[in-house]
Design a protein around this ligand. Structure first.
Ligand code: SF4
Length: 291
């Protein structure tokens, strides 16, 4: 898909999704601090923003400050990540980031980076292990540094892939999205794709008939064609089965007496079993609709 047509397609996706998932007014336009954006990114990847926001609230309410989180057991930090997949792994990443930050700066404030040019700020941040994740990097650019970034995790990637927006790597896919979706829509576009991925475009058996994008989504259109082909195959099957019913008699009948004593001797041998048609191959229909 050319860049221009991708941009138009993604505009259509945005417009249609906006109809269904109306802006909830929950989006806090205020930026996060760089530190909070890192923790938010770690918490948000492959789960909902509600879960990530709840985790941030628990850190705020359950700890005196980030230093207390830094010196806490992994099991304690995990409790703040209730409802989020892989809480232990995420707790380790959060604590490791806080430890790296403290060891380098003796504090928990990275907000001086906000005043630096984006590239310069990223150069500093990418020395922290947490930034090995492209999702965390993009979240910090979007939520704290004021840049244009659209973080892509497995959930949003799945929905975009079904919509035909694919690239070899996540950073490449992100670059395509960031060119096609204007900055002032970036955060909302991401929220809408996330809503889609958690509502109808789920991992197993997407609910295309209920999806607002079913008329423009290549996956849904292909699925519809397959279903139509399967229905048409199902309609023709009974007549084939009827044909089968009037096929030559089974081997048991081959030994019955011939129809007429005047019949040629050739007709009585060899037995009919030698001329039976090969077994009917299984219908290809079983494979259809498996997508
Ligand atoms: S139509 Fe189906 S596959 Fe396409 S985005 Fe919607 S739920 Fe996903």
């Amino acid at each position: 898909m050319a860049t221009q047509s991708k941009a138009q397609f993604l505009t259509d996706v945005y417009t249609l999704l906006r109809r269904r998932y109306k802006p909830k007014g929950e989006q806090d336009s205020a930026r996060l601090s760089v530190l909070k954006a890192v923790v938010y990114g770690i918490c948000h990847e492959d789960t909902t923003r509600e879960n990530a926001n709840q985790a941030l609230s628990r850190f705020k309410d359950g700890y005196f400050d980030w230093n207390e989180v830094r010196v806490s057991d992994i099991d304690e930090i995990r409790e703040s990540l209730a409802g989020i997949p892989d809480p232990e792994e995420r707790a380790k990443r959060i604590r490791k980031f806080l430890r790296q930050l403290f060891n380098r700066t003796y504090g928990f404030n990275l907000d001086a980076l906000v005043k630096k040019p984006l590239k310069e700020a990223l150069k500093v941040l990418q020395t922290y292990e947490a930034f090995a994740s492209d999702y965390v990097t993009a979240t910090v650019i979007q939520q704290a540094l004021g840049g244009h970034a659209i973080p892509v995790d497995h959930e949003t990637h799945r929905a975009l892939e079904r919509l035909g927006i694919t690239e070899a790597t996540i950073p490449e896919l992100r670059a395509v999205l960031e060119r096609a979706v204007p900055k002032n829509r970036g955060a909302e576009f991401l929220d809408l794709i996330e809503d889609l991925a958690n509502d109808t475009c789920v991992a197993v058996d997407p609910d295309c008939p209920r999806c607002e994008l079913r008329k423009i989504c290549p996956y849904a259109l292909a699925r519809k064609e397959q279903d139509a082909a399967a229905r048409s195959a199902a309609k023709t099957r009974p007549s084939k089965e009827r044909e089968k019913e009037i096929e030559p008699p089974s081997p048991a009948h081959a030994h019955e007496p011939g129809p007429s004593p005047t019949a040629s001797p050739k007709k009585s041998s060899p037995p009919r079993t030698a001329k039976e048609p090969p077994p009917v191959k299984p219908s290809p229909r079983g494979k259809q609709g498996s997508k």
